[in-house]
Design a binder for this molecule. Structure first.
Ligand code: NCD
Length: 331
Protein backbone atom coordinates (compact mmCIF):
# COMPACT_ATOMS: atom_id res chain seq x y z
CA UNK A 1 0.00 0.00 0.00
CA UNK A 2 1.12 3.54 -0.72
CA UNK A 3 2.27 5.63 2.21
CA UNK A 4 -0.43 8.20 3.01
CA UNK A 5 0.68 11.73 3.76
CA UNK A 6 -1.65 13.36 6.26
CA UNK A 7 -3.05 16.77 5.36
CA UNK A 8 -1.94 19.64 7.62
CA UNK A 9 -5.44 19.58 9.08
CA UNK A 10 -4.37 16.66 11.26
CA UNK A 11 -1.47 18.55 12.86
CA UNK A 12 -0.20 15.76 15.10
CA UNK A 13 2.10 17.93 17.19
CA UNK A 14 3.35 15.78 20.06
CA UNK A 15 0.34 13.47 19.95
CA UNK A 16 2.09 10.70 18.06
CA UNK A 17 1.49 7.53 20.00
CA UNK A 18 4.97 6.30 20.57
CA UNK A 19 6.10 4.33 23.60
CA UNK A 20 8.61 6.18 25.72
CA UNK A 21 9.44 3.33 28.09
CA UNK A 22 9.57 -0.40 27.64
CA UNK A 23 9.22 -1.63 31.22
CA UNK A 24 8.30 -5.25 31.89
CA UNK A 25 4.64 -4.14 31.70
CA UNK A 26 4.83 -2.71 28.20
CA UNK A 27 2.02 -4.18 26.05
CA UNK A 28 1.51 -7.04 28.52
CA UNK A 29 -1.83 -8.57 29.45
CA UNK A 30 -2.23 -8.27 33.22
CA UNK A 31 -4.06 -11.48 34.10
CA UNK A 32 -2.62 -12.73 37.37
CA UNK A 33 -0.48 -11.54 40.23
CA UNK A 34 1.87 -14.42 39.33
CA UNK A 35 3.30 -12.03 36.73
CA UNK A 36 4.75 -9.75 39.41
CA UNK A 37 7.94 -9.98 41.41
CA UNK A 38 9.56 -7.68 43.94
CA UNK A 39 11.40 -5.74 41.26
CA UNK A 40 8.38 -5.05 39.05
CA UNK A 41 6.28 -4.22 42.11
CA UNK A 42 8.84 -1.72 43.27
CA UNK A 43 8.89 -0.14 39.78
CA UNK A 44 5.09 0.08 39.72
CA UNK A 45 4.87 1.57 43.21
CA UNK A 46 7.44 4.27 42.40
CA UNK A 47 5.34 5.21 39.35
CA UNK A 48 2.26 5.11 41.61
CA UNK A 49 3.82 7.64 43.98
CA UNK A 50 4.52 9.92 41.01
CA UNK A 51 0.89 9.63 39.92
CA UNK A 52 -0.33 10.51 43.39
CA UNK A 53 1.98 13.52 43.49
CA UNK A 54 0.82 14.65 40.04
CA UNK A 55 -2.85 14.45 41.06
CA UNK A 56 -2.16 16.31 44.31
CA UNK A 57 -0.30 19.06 42.51
CA UNK A 58 -2.20 19.55 39.25
CA UNK A 59 -5.06 17.03 39.08
CA UNK A 60 -4.63 15.87 35.49
CA UNK A 61 -2.02 15.60 32.76
CA UNK A 62 -1.84 14.52 29.12
CA UNK A 63 0.39 11.47 29.43
CA UNK A 64 -2.21 9.21 27.77
CA UNK A 65 -3.65 11.80 25.44
CA UNK A 66 -4.61 9.97 22.26
CA UNK A 67 -5.14 6.59 23.91
CA UNK A 68 -8.52 4.93 24.39
CA UNK A 69 -9.44 2.36 27.03
CA UNK A 70 -12.41 -0.01 26.69
CA UNK A 71 -13.73 -0.62 30.19
CA UNK A 72 -15.94 -3.72 30.07
CA UNK A 73 -17.73 -5.02 33.16
CA UNK A 74 -19.96 -8.09 32.96
CA UNK A 75 -20.31 -8.16 36.75
CA UNK A 76 -21.34 -5.32 39.09
CA UNK A 77 -18.67 -2.86 40.14
CA UNK A 78 -18.37 0.58 41.69
CA UNK A 79 -14.73 1.14 42.66
CA UNK A 80 -12.87 -0.93 40.10
CA UNK A 81 -14.71 0.45 37.08
CA UNK A 82 -14.88 4.03 38.37
CA UNK A 83 -11.22 4.09 39.36
CA UNK A 84 -10.08 2.75 35.98
CA UNK A 85 -12.17 5.41 34.26
CA UNK A 86 -10.90 8.13 36.60
CA UNK A 87 -7.32 6.89 36.15
CA UNK A 88 -7.55 7.05 32.35
CA UNK A 89 -9.19 10.46 32.36
CA UNK A 90 -6.74 11.97 34.83
CA UNK A 91 -3.99 10.92 32.43
CA UNK A 92 -5.75 12.61 29.51
CA UNK A 93 -6.98 9.41 27.85
CA UNK A 94 -10.48 8.49 26.68
CA UNK A 95 -12.75 5.68 27.83
CA UNK A 96 -15.36 3.50 26.14
CA UNK A 97 -17.43 2.53 29.18
CA UNK A 98 -19.39 -0.73 28.95
CA UNK A 99 -20.16 -0.84 32.61
CA UNK A 100 -23.95 -0.81 32.75
CA UNK A 101 -24.19 -4.59 32.69
CA UNK A 102 -24.37 -7.08 29.86
CA UNK A 103 -28.02 -6.27 29.24
CA UNK A 104 -26.79 -3.11 27.50
CA UNK A 105 -24.21 -4.81 25.29
CA UNK A 106 -24.57 -7.28 22.43
CA UNK A 107 -23.64 -10.08 24.84
CA UNK A 108 -27.33 -9.98 25.80
CA UNK A 109 -28.10 -10.82 22.14
CA UNK A 110 -25.89 -13.87 22.44
CA UNK A 111 -22.62 -12.46 21.19
CA UNK A 112 -19.56 -14.47 22.21
CA UNK A 113 -16.69 -13.10 24.26
CA UNK A 114 -14.48 -13.75 21.25
CA UNK A 115 -16.51 -11.50 18.95
CA UNK A 116 -16.86 -8.82 21.63
CA UNK A 117 -13.09 -8.70 22.14
CA UNK A 118 -12.50 -8.83 18.41
CA UNK A 119 -14.66 -5.75 18.11
CA UNK A 120 -13.41 -3.70 21.04
CA UNK A 121 -9.78 -4.13 20.06
CA UNK A 122 -10.59 -2.20 16.86
CA UNK A 123 -11.63 0.85 18.87
CA UNK A 124 -9.22 0.84 21.78
CA UNK A 125 -5.57 0.54 22.80
CA UNK A 126 -6.27 -1.41 25.97
CA UNK A 127 -9.18 -3.38 27.46
CA UNK A 128 -10.10 -3.74 31.14
CA UNK A 129 -12.42 -6.71 31.59
CA UNK A 130 -14.44 -8.11 34.49
CA UNK A 131 -16.30 -11.34 33.86
CA UNK A 132 -18.10 -13.84 36.14
CA UNK A 133 -16.30 -16.93 34.82
CA UNK A 134 -13.03 -18.19 36.20
CA UNK A 135 -10.35 -18.06 33.49
CA UNK A 136 -12.51 -16.02 31.09
CA UNK A 137 -10.23 -12.98 31.06
CA UNK A 138 -7.22 -15.11 30.10
CA UNK A 139 -9.36 -16.56 27.34
CA UNK A 140 -10.36 -13.08 26.17
CA UNK A 141 -6.71 -12.09 26.03
CA UNK A 142 -6.21 -14.74 23.36
CA UNK A 143 -8.83 -13.07 21.19
CA UNK A 144 -7.69 -9.47 21.53
CA UNK A 145 -4.53 -8.07 20.00
CA UNK A 146 -4.45 -5.16 22.46
CA UNK A 147 -3.45 -5.76 26.10
CA UNK A 148 -6.15 -6.91 28.52
CA UNK A 149 -6.24 -6.18 32.24
CA UNK A 150 -8.14 -8.61 34.46
CA UNK A 151 -10.55 -6.64 36.66
CA UNK A 152 -11.85 -9.84 38.30
CA UNK A 153 -12.68 -13.23 36.78
CA UNK A 154 -15.32 -14.89 38.95
CA UNK A 155 -13.78 -16.61 41.97
CA UNK A 156 -10.35 -16.49 40.30
CA UNK A 157 -8.19 -13.42 40.63
CA UNK A 158 -8.37 -9.66 40.93
CA UNK A 159 -4.78 -8.60 40.33
CA UNK A 160 -5.22 -4.82 40.34
CA UNK A 161 -7.06 -4.97 43.66
CA UNK A 162 -4.17 -6.94 45.13
CA UNK A 163 -1.71 -4.38 43.77
CA UNK A 164 -3.56 -1.54 45.45
CA UNK A 165 -3.91 -3.60 48.62
CA UNK A 166 -0.18 -4.25 48.72
CA UNK A 167 0.59 -0.61 47.94
CA UNK A 168 -1.70 0.42 50.81
CA UNK A 169 -0.01 -1.98 53.26
CA UNK A 170 3.41 -0.66 52.27
CA UNK A 171 2.33 2.95 52.54
CA UNK A 172 0.50 2.59 55.84
CA UNK A 173 2.99 0.31 57.60
CA UNK A 174 6.21 1.55 55.86
CA UNK A 175 7.22 -2.08 55.25
CA UNK A 176 5.85 -5.43 54.16
CA UNK A 177 8.46 -7.89 55.44
CA UNK A 178 7.87 -9.02 58.99
CA UNK A 179 4.15 -8.21 59.07
CA UNK A 180 1.41 -10.53 60.28
CA UNK A 181 -1.59 -10.30 57.98
CA UNK A 182 -4.99 -11.75 58.85
CA UNK A 183 -7.58 -12.26 56.12
CA UNK A 184 -11.13 -12.65 57.33
CA UNK A 185 -14.44 -13.63 55.74
CA UNK A 186 -15.25 -15.54 52.56
CA UNK A 187 -11.80 -16.88 51.80
CA UNK A 188 -13.08 -19.54 49.44
CA UNK A 189 -14.88 -17.23 47.01
CA UNK A 190 -13.10 -13.92 47.61
CA UNK A 191 -10.84 -13.40 44.62
CA UNK A 192 -9.14 -10.44 46.28
CA UNK A 193 -7.96 -12.78 49.05
CA UNK A 194 -6.57 -15.21 46.48
CA UNK A 195 -4.64 -12.50 44.63
CA UNK A 196 -3.37 -10.74 47.76
CA UNK A 197 -2.19 -14.02 49.27
CA UNK A 198 -0.16 -14.81 46.15
CA UNK A 199 1.31 -11.32 45.97
CA UNK A 200 2.31 -11.34 49.64
CA UNK A 201 4.18 -14.60 49.06
CA UNK A 202 6.89 -12.41 47.49
CA UNK A 203 7.62 -11.16 51.02
CA UNK A 204 8.37 -12.46 54.47
CA UNK A 205 4.84 -12.32 55.88
CA UNK A 206 2.92 -14.39 58.48
CA UNK A 207 -0.55 -15.40 57.38
CA UNK A 208 -3.67 -15.85 59.50
CA UNK A 209 -6.95 -16.95 57.87
CA UNK A 210 -10.24 -16.56 59.68
CA UNK A 211 -13.42 -17.99 58.19
CA UNK A 212 -16.29 -20.37 58.82
CA UNK A 213 -15.34 -23.94 58.01
CA UNK A 214 -17.29 -23.92 54.71
CA UNK A 215 -15.46 -20.82 53.40
CA UNK A 216 -11.82 -21.68 54.09
CA UNK A 217 -8.98 -20.69 51.79
CA UNK A 218 -8.78 -22.99 48.71
CA UNK A 219 -6.56 -25.99 49.35
CA UNK A 220 -4.16 -25.26 46.50
CA UNK A 221 -3.30 -21.86 47.99
CA UNK A 222 -3.00 -23.27 51.51
CA UNK A 223 -0.70 -26.05 50.26
CA UNK A 224 1.40 -23.52 48.38
CA UNK A 225 1.84 -21.46 51.56
CA UNK A 226 2.78 -24.51 53.60
CA UNK A 227 5.18 -25.89 50.97
CA UNK A 228 6.94 -22.54 50.75
CA UNK A 229 7.46 -22.58 54.50
CA UNK A 230 5.26 -19.64 55.50
CA UNK A 231 4.01 -19.26 59.04
CA UNK A 232 0.29 -19.84 58.36
CA UNK A 233 -2.60 -20.60 60.69
CA UNK A 234 -6.35 -20.85 60.39
CA UNK A 235 -8.96 -19.89 62.94
CA UNK A 236 -12.70 -19.41 63.00
CA UNK A 237 -12.88 -16.38 65.30
CA UNK A 238 -11.51 -12.87 64.71
CA UNK A 239 -11.27 -12.38 68.47
CA UNK A 240 -8.61 -15.11 68.61
CA UNK A 241 -6.24 -13.39 66.19
CA UNK A 242 -6.87 -9.65 66.32
CA UNK A 243 -4.50 -8.80 69.15
CA UNK A 244 -1.45 -10.17 67.30
CA UNK A 245 -1.93 -8.90 63.75
CA UNK A 246 -0.61 -5.85 61.89
CA UNK A 247 -3.13 -5.93 59.06
CA UNK A 248 -6.74 -7.10 59.33
CA UNK A 249 -8.03 -7.64 55.78
CA UNK A 250 -11.79 -8.04 56.00
CA UNK A 251 -13.99 -9.34 53.18
CA UNK A 252 -17.72 -9.80 52.73
CA UNK A 253 -19.46 -13.15 52.38
CA UNK A 254 -19.92 -13.40 48.59
CA UNK A 255 -23.65 -14.06 48.38
CA UNK A 256 -23.70 -14.22 44.57
CA UNK A 257 -21.30 -17.20 44.54
CA UNK A 258 -23.60 -19.45 46.62
CA UNK A 259 -25.83 -21.96 44.86
CA UNK A 260 -27.41 -23.03 48.14
CA UNK A 261 -28.99 -20.01 49.84
CA UNK A 262 -29.44 -21.93 53.13
CA UNK A 263 -25.68 -22.24 53.25
CA UNK A 264 -25.36 -18.48 52.76
CA UNK A 265 -27.93 -17.75 55.49
CA UNK A 266 -25.96 -19.95 57.86
CA UNK A 267 -22.78 -17.85 57.51
CA UNK A 268 -23.91 -14.36 56.47
CA UNK A 269 -23.59 -12.80 59.91
CA UNK A 270 -20.61 -14.86 60.83
CA UNK A 271 -18.50 -11.98 62.17
CA UNK A 272 -18.63 -8.24 62.75
CA UNK A 273 -15.83 -5.77 63.34
CA UNK A 274 -17.13 -3.35 65.96
CA UNK A 275 -15.49 -0.64 68.05
CA UNK A 276 -15.52 -3.20 70.86
CA UNK A 277 -13.55 -5.73 68.77
CA UNK A 278 -11.12 -2.95 67.76
CA UNK A 279 -10.22 -2.39 71.42
CA UNK A 280 -8.25 -5.64 71.31
CA UNK A 281 -6.16 -4.65 68.28
CA UNK A 282 -2.66 -3.16 68.34
CA UNK A 283 -2.58 0.66 68.24
CA UNK A 284 -0.74 0.62 64.90
CA UNK A 285 -2.79 -2.14 63.25
CA UNK A 286 -4.75 -1.26 60.09
CA UNK A 287 -8.13 -2.55 58.97
CA UNK A 288 -8.54 -2.98 55.23
CA UNK A 289 -11.46 -4.08 53.07
CA UNK A 290 -11.73 -4.25 49.26
CA UNK A 291 -15.37 -3.06 49.66
CA UNK A 292 -18.31 -3.24 49.28
CA UNK A 293 -19.03 -4.02 52.93
CA UNK A 294 -22.42 -5.40 53.86
CA UNK A 295 -22.38 -5.20 57.63
CA UNK A 296 -19.08 -6.88 58.49
CA UNK A 297 -17.44 -3.60 59.56
CA UNK A 298 -19.66 -1.28 61.60
CA UNK A 299 -19.86 2.32 60.43
CA UNK A 300 -18.62 3.71 63.73
CA UNK A 301 -15.29 1.93 63.15
CA UNK A 302 -14.72 4.42 60.27
CA UNK A 303 -13.74 7.11 62.77
CA UNK A 304 -10.90 4.96 64.10
CA UNK A 305 -7.63 6.14 62.47
CA UNK A 306 -6.74 2.48 61.98
CA UNK A 307 -9.63 2.14 59.48
CA UNK A 308 -7.68 2.31 56.22
CA UNK A 309 -10.33 1.16 53.73
CA UNK A 310 -11.18 4.55 52.26
CA UNK A 311 -7.49 5.47 51.96
CA UNK A 312 -7.18 2.11 50.19
CA UNK A 313 -9.91 3.22 47.73
CA UNK A 314 -7.96 6.37 46.88
CA UNK A 315 -4.74 4.44 46.35
CA UNK A 316 -6.59 2.31 43.82
CA UNK A 317 -6.82 5.12 41.32
CA UNK A 318 -3.11 5.93 41.60
CA UNK A 319 -2.03 2.31 41.19
CA UNK A 320 -4.28 1.93 38.15
CA UNK A 321 -2.92 5.16 36.65
CA UNK A 322 0.61 3.78 36.99
CA UNK A 323 -0.40 0.43 35.49
CA UNK A 324 -2.26 1.91 32.51
CA UNK A 325 0.66 4.20 31.73
CA UNK A 326 3.20 1.41 32.09
CA UNK A 327 1.26 -1.01 29.85
CA UNK A 328 0.99 1.70 27.19
CA UNK A 329 4.70 2.48 27.38
CA UNK A 330 4.31 5.92 28.93
CA UNK A 331 5.65 5.18 32.41
C1 NCD B 1 -14.19 -6.92 45.24
C2 NCD B 1 -14.44 -7.77 44.02
O1 NCD B 1 -15.15 -7.36 43.10
O2 NCD B 1 -13.89 -8.86 44.00
N1 NCD B 1 -14.57 -5.59 45.05
C3 NCD B 1 -13.70 -4.73 44.48
O3 NCD B 1 -13.29 -4.91 43.35
N2 NCD B 1 -13.26 -3.71 45.21
C4 NCD B 1 -14.67 -7.50 46.50
C5 NCD B 1 -16.10 -7.93 46.61
O4 NCD B 1 -16.90 -7.82 45.70
O5 NCD B 1 -16.43 -8.41 47.70
Amino acid sequence: MNQITLPKLFNLGDRKLEPKFRSSFYMQDILSVDQFDKESLSYLFTRTEEMSEMVNQVGTCDLLNGYTLACVFYEPSTRTSASFIAAMERLGGKVIPITQGIQFSSVSKGESLEDTMNTLEKYSDLIVLRHPELGSVAQAAKYASVPIINAGDGVGEHPTQALLDLYTIRKEMSRIDGLRVAMVGDLRNGRTVHSLTKLLMNYDVNFRYVSPDTLRLPLNLMNDLINKGFDVREDDRVENVIKDVDVLYVTRIQKERFTDMDQYEAVKNYFEITTEVMKHAKPEMIVMHPLPRVGEIHYDVDKDPRAAYFRQVKNGMFVRMALLAAVLGQA
